[in-house]
Write a protein that binds this ligand. Sequence first.
Ligand code: GDP
Ligand code: MN
Length: 436
Amino acid sequence: MNLYEHEAVSGIYRKYGVPHADFVVATEPNDEVARFVADHGGAVVKAMVLVGKRGKAGAVKLVKTPDEAAGAVRDIMAMKVWGETPVAVMVCEKADIVAELYCAMTFSTETRGPVITLSMQGGMDVEEIDPANIKTFPVSAAAEVEPFEIRNMLVEIGFTKEYGAILRQASMAIANVYKAFWGAECRMLEINPLAVVKVRKTDRKTGQKVDVLDLRALDAVVTLDDDASVAPQKTYGERSAFRRDSTQREVDALQIDRDDHRGKAGSYVEPEDLGGDIGMMTFGGGGSAVTIETCYDAGLRPANFSDIGGNPPAEKMYRISRIILSKPGLQGVLVCGGTASNTRIDVTLGEGLVSAIDDLAKEGTLDRDLIWVVRRGGPEVEKGLKLLAECFQRHGIKGVIYDSTLPITQAPLILKDLLVQHRGYRPGKAASAQGA
Ligand code: GDP
Ligand code: MN
């Protein structure tokens, strides 16, 4: 799960002692924002979105007065940042930046352990940094790295050329970043910029104001491990790929894989406009992608999307089948996937899907007007498709069933023809949301 910057700062930076700017979060101009800006003599107003490059999109604004801040809050909340609507703004204490470092921690498949990436050329996109000026250091898979290890890394990237005076402080700060990365069970934690800043401090002896250098994490891009010991959605709530709240069906589907680790049946999303009229029971990453692409191409309007695989047991297949079929406004159902190598067709279709249909019929909620097209191959396919065919027959379901002799890309076209013929379906783009 990806976190918004304010979630990462208040939930992770604070907890692990990563130095950051003072801030408040708001969704509209208010007294707290005005007071904050007045007290700090200005601020930086930033859009809370999950997409990067906010600076380039004009979604990071420097303001001097409470009035300017109010305007910036309003402007940013009304904007789309690379297509994404901000959920809030962060109003941050303005930093007097002297240098911008790039700092990221993640896991490397090459060293099979955590790595720390550092560069003195932060601020810009990581892809634009000259490879000679960015270094990746493998560290051992432990909860902490020693500050002296970080110190050596900082020396190697040239930090001491100008900022030797705060080497110790910087090493401790980055050691804390690592503690945060590990402790919060991140897959990735990127700080760009990790800034060397000038701060005014009162000298204890002389009582005079002096400028001193310090380090501040001015950004936070965090991906938490979805398999963390504490499920991220317990702390941060459910979140969909579309940056909207998850629908109840999406939430229910996720639970399927949490309740039982065997196979995958819980990856389920509904389109952003929540419309569509084709139930999509699709299998495998590739098979599912090809199927949905072909549907859109043919003018069919998928109402949901799943990629089921890894040989889930019948109970999981039963649950996802009921979720897919419960989407309102369906006209047809496409059950489509490649030729499975280990997903049992008799178990998934012959048992799981069949018992879902049987139960809906028993409960009196089976929609017999739906038109079904099935295309599937794999272990025990003959048995599985036969059980499904018998089920269709027993309930008077209009459906045609193919094995893998039919190309995947034909299945959506066959469904379209049947829908046009029997239901007067009009292929084309979704007109508007038909309600969740
Ligand atoms: P991003 O573009 O989404 O990575 O957003 P950032 O939070 O990293 O902000 C973009 C840029 O704004 C940074 O690289 C900084 O150069 C600048 N910036 C952020 N905070 C401050 C600040 O407090 N003071 C100044 N002067 N610049 C800032
Ligand atoms: Mn940044």
